[in-house]
Design a protein around this ligand. Structure first.
Ligand code: PHE
Length: 463
């Protein structure tokens, strides 16, 4: 029986913008530049693009498809398609992953909000080079109250949207915010390209040094492909569950992927041209954009205004992503446990905050506390992005290819996509091959490598 009360997006565009709102966030503007910077620039970009096309796209389509077909949250969706209990645990893994991502994500989003205030105060006005901005950033990180305060502000803002229902909030907000963010990024990119010495940055980002590619690069690129597309934990499934049967899944999925990738590449060009123009090291880790952005704006007329606007948009881009993280958990409690939406939002917010606090303190009071060799923040990020998301994506592909079955999947996929497949018949064939064979195989190899099994096997042969 269908759930008559379940909400739907108001239009196809509404779904694309909400899903793009979830996909586009700190992953594109904060994370992508710094991991590319630490992992060889162009070499990383290249592997990342391969991961997006060969794994991201087919898995994204599969996730939207399961959501739309079942009209359920991730746990309920698997339950509806199979009696095997194992799969509802896979759905639950997604709910746990949402909490983990929310915890470190909110810390960085908090920095972005804090930077709106800092720019407005004129704190960056005298910075001539990124080193000064870097020092300033590090001094802020050392203040637990600064970090905790903005973290809380961010989580409360995210809860607010989900509390009062997301559809109108996100759909409307995304329509205004996303184009603005895009325009601002392009302005900054042009500014970056026209700086003296920008060429070095472009070289770093577009001319791969193949020797820099290690299995670590591949793992990080795959993990990032999942992270940036919000894949592998049920966000896209949940958003897909509010989609109408009239809309084409491959068409909308392509739009989401293109929007997300273009934003990352533009952000990369903007950051690397600037970093190299100022003779900085691109491998500075999570603080990279906070070191670079304040200085770029200083060199522009109307800098303060642009800096404030930039950090507002960064915070808003993060907000549409964190809303989607909270929405998955809320949809689970509302559908499966029959909780009221409001209760679910408060519960998710409180647990999310409790987890976020140690992440926030891992740059000051708790910097000595190690969890698997790294601080709390880095460990949770690694666990979610490089293990749980690819594992979730792998299991999803196995589910579609071998448990639910390609026949049923294709039958449902064709609904609303008749024209698309008539026009591009080969796309259906490719999707089947990738989702059943290639994507799971690639993800399996990368995951094996993460847990170190490939090394053991390699050593066996070498000896
Ligand atoms: N895709 C978001 C970003 O790039 C992060 C995210 C990951 C959101 C997973 C939801 C789920 O910022």
């Amino acid at each position: 029986m269908e759930n008559p009360k379940r909400e739907q997006w108001s239009s196809k565009m509404g779904f694309i913008l909400a899903a793009a709102g979830s996909a586009i966030g700190l992953g594109n503007i904060w994370k992508f530049p710094y991991i590319a910077g630490e992992n060889g620039g162009a070499a990383f970009l290249f592997i990342y693009l391969i991961c997006i096309l060969s794994i991201g796209l087919p898995v994204l389509i599969a996730e939207v498809l399961i959501g739309r077909t079942t009209q359920r949250n991730p746990v309920g969706a698997f339950k509806k398609l199979t009696n095997n209990k194992f799969w509802s645990y896979v759905g639950k893994m997604g709910i746990i992953t949402a909490f983990i991502i929310l915890s470190f994500y909110s810390v960085v989003a908090g920095w972005a909000i804090g930077y709106i205030v800092e720019s407005a105060k004129g704190a960056f006005q005298n910075f001539q080079e990124p080193a000064q901005a870097g020092e300033y950033f590090n001094s802020l990180l050392l203040q637990p109250e600064w970090n905790l305060f903005y973290l809380l502000v961010f989580i409360l803002m995210s809860m607010f949207f989900v509390y009062f229902g997301v559809q109108k909030g996100i759909e409307k907000g995304s329509k205004i915010m996303m184009p603005l963010l895009f325009i601002l990024l392009i302005i900054l990119m042009i500014r970056g390209i026209t700086l003296e010495g920008a060429n070095e940055g472009l070289k770093f980002f577009f001319h791969p040094e193949w020797s820099k590619i290690t299995s670590q690069t591949i793992l990080l690129a795959l993990g990032h492909a999942f992270f940036t597309l919000s894949l592998g934990m049920g966000v896209i499934m949940t958003y897909g569950s509010y989609m109408s049967n009239n809309d084409s899944i491959p068409g909308t999925s392509l739009s989401i992927i293109i929007l997300d990738t273009v934003i990352s590449v533009v952000a990369g060009v903007m950051i690397f041209t600037t970093v190299f123009a100022f003779g900085q090291d691109p491998a500075q880790g999570p603080g990279l954009i906070f070191h670079v952005i304040p200085v770029v704006f200083n060199q522009m007329p109307g800098g303060i205004f642009f800096a404030i606007l930039f950090f507002i948009l960064l915070a808003l881009a993060a907000l549409t992503s964190s809303i989607s993280l909270i929405e998955v958990v809320v949809a689970y409690f509302v559908d499966e446990k029959k909780w009221k939406r409001q209760k679910a939002v408060i519960f998710t917010g409180v647990v999310g905050t409790l987890l976020a606090i140690p992440c926030s303190l891992s740059y000051n009071l708790m910097s000595e506390v190690k969890l698997f060799d790294s601080n709390f923040f880095d460990t949770l990020d690694f666990l979610a992005s490089n293990i749980l998301l690819p594992l979730g994506g792998f299991l999803l592909a196995i589910f579609v290819g071998y448990v639910w079955g390609l026949d049923k999947a294709v039958e449902n996929l064709k609904i609303g996509s008749e024209k698309f497949f008539e026009k591009y018949p080969v796309s259906l064939f490719l999707w089947k091959i990738f989702i059943k064979y290639l994507a799971p195989l690639l993800m399996f190899l990368v995951l094996l490598d993460t847990v170190g099994i490939l090394k053991v096997v390699k050593n066996l042969f070498v000896e």
